[in-house]
Design a binder for this molecule. Sequence first.
Ligand SMILES: [Zn+2]
Length: 262
Amino acid sequence: MQHEETRWQVAVANRILSAFGLASELTASLGHASMRVPEAPDSFLIKGRGYELDILSELGPEDMVLCDLEGNKIEAPDGVSQCYEVKMHSCIYRAFPEVQSVVHAHPRFTILMSVLEKRLRPMRNEGARLVQKEIPIYPHSKLILTDEDGSGVADTLRAHGKAALLKGHGAVTTGANLEESVMSMVQLEEQAQLNAWAFSLMGRDHPYTSDDLLAEAAAQPPFWQIPHFGMQGPPARAPFGGGGFRGHGLWAYYVDKVSRDL
Ligand SMILES: [Zn+2]
């Protein structure tokens, strides 16, 4: 099998989606994380379809499917095909050369907000910047099966760059790595849940964390420059997304937690 390290990372990322509840219970077999192969960027690895047990949290590196940017299968286990919505991934990789990872999931509150066509607003710090800019909605609930469907999602995504909702269906997030695309989906669903509650309590025009408050937070100096920390420079480990795949902090915890049997 080719690209063993990338296979491992993609399988782990799919398991992390499940660990965060984004592919569990009703959606245990739904959704997929994919990653462009670093040494062969015209191809990507993704969860497939046709396994004896098709559950994201149970799949391993050998179960991942290698595809080209047309969504064609290059390498897969016997009897396993690409996932049904492989065109969502291939069309996004074709349209956005800078995107290294794509995640599609069917999270409950994100779907609710897409049907209500309620603009998501920042309601907490985690993911605030993701939803500060209006997230576009692909106006169909059908599966993304054809090149036309996938290109439609990619065109919708262009208005935001990192996230789009699919009406009554789910969402897609992108990233420079698996951590970013997966954690964006986690944060998107968290923001959608708070938006749903706020909508229920206060109506469509409910209060939210304003641009001014987010700008104030963005203008803060890094903590290590504040005198009482007594630090001369930034910590050796940069926050979020620094370093290799395993990273540190929350992501590292989940990578370890879901990969113990791999
Ligand atoms: Zn879907």
